[in-house]
Write a protein that binds this ligand. Structure first.
Ligand code: SIN
Length: 272
């Protein structure tokens, strides 16, 4: 199947964000019109999924490249044939983990927010999925910001928060701070940019006030009304925009296997 504009269907999930894209074969190249249509769908829905994709590492990298330049993850992995591909998996071979992140719950975060130029886009391709658990949940941080009352919006204006990875040597030198409310560089919309996993404190506030405000904002953004859950199937490819979203990976039994391949676009945009 070659990819043509008239075959593309964008089917919103009906939830807080996200859409399924039908009529696209990611193993084939995209014309500029097709990539523009998918890009617009991504801006509109923040997360897109494509079912039944049979793609190579090179296909996943080429797909990512229609929307941004994929780069190797900051965390090093052994033996990557295609350097932009990062393995997320709990599987061990010869006693060694083949990928990152294991099987535990990973609470809501925006990818690489501990970097000065954090993640903009990420893709994830499902190779093996567990029989239970391991879903990925996304929350719509545009909607969360827009739902705040005017007093809170005024309080947040101009505030910055420090983001830091819990694995110390994954952090760049110094303290990386980003706006608590960021403006999307393409849509111009404002969204909350703090989460429970990587945001540590709000610059210039006393510890108690910072903790309290972060707790209020994280509780607000993680309400079910802002969240949509993707139930993975093998051969699903998902792309998401990290700027107005956060995601969480649900835990799964360690006896189950989960293997995902990821690309990430970061290092070219300072949040404002
Ligand atoms: C991640 O947090 O980037 C991993 C998401 C997932 O494995 O579903």
């Amino acid at each position: 199947m070659s990819n043509t504009l008239q075959h593309i269907e964008v089917i919103p999930t009906g939830g807080a964000l996200g859409a399924e894209i039908k009529g696209v074969d990611v193993s084939q190249s995209f014309s500029p019109a097709v990539s523009a249509a998918v890009h617009q769908a991504l801006l509109d829905h923040c997360v897109l999924y494509f079912r039944d994709q049979h793609i190579s590492d090179e296909d996943q990298v080429r797909f990512t490249r229609y929307f941004g330049e994929p780069v190797p993850h900051v965390r090093k992995q052994q033996d990557r044939r295609v350097k932009e591909i990062f393995i997320i998996s709990n599987v061990k071979e010869n006693g060694e983990a083949i990928g990152a992140l294991g099987n535990a719950d990973i609470s809501f975060h925006s990818d690489l927010s501990y970097m000065p130029e954090p993640g903009t886009l990420s893709t994830l391709y499902a190779i093996e999925i567990p029989r239970t658990g391991g879903e990925t949940l996304w929350c719509n941080c545009y909607a969360a910001y827009e739902a705040l009352d005017e007093t809170m919006k005024t309080r947040l204006a101009g505030l910055r928060a420090v983001h830091r990875h819990y694995v110390e040597d994954q952090n760049p030198p110094g303290h990386v701070a980003h706006p608590v409310v960021r403006i999307h560089s393409e849509t111009g919309r404002q969204s909350l940019y703090v989460g429970p996993h990587l945001t540590k404190y709000i610059v210039g506030l006393q510890e108690e006030e910072s903790d309290e405000l972060l707790k209020t904002l994280c509780t607000h953004v993680m309400q079910p009304r802002f969240i949509w859950t993707h139930e993975w199937r093998v051969d699903d490819l998902v792309i998401w925009d990290n700027r107005p979203t956060m995601h969480r990976r649900a835990p799964f039994p360690e006896t189950e296997r989960r293997i995902m391949k990821r690309t990430q676009v970061f290092g070219h945009e300072i949040p404002v």
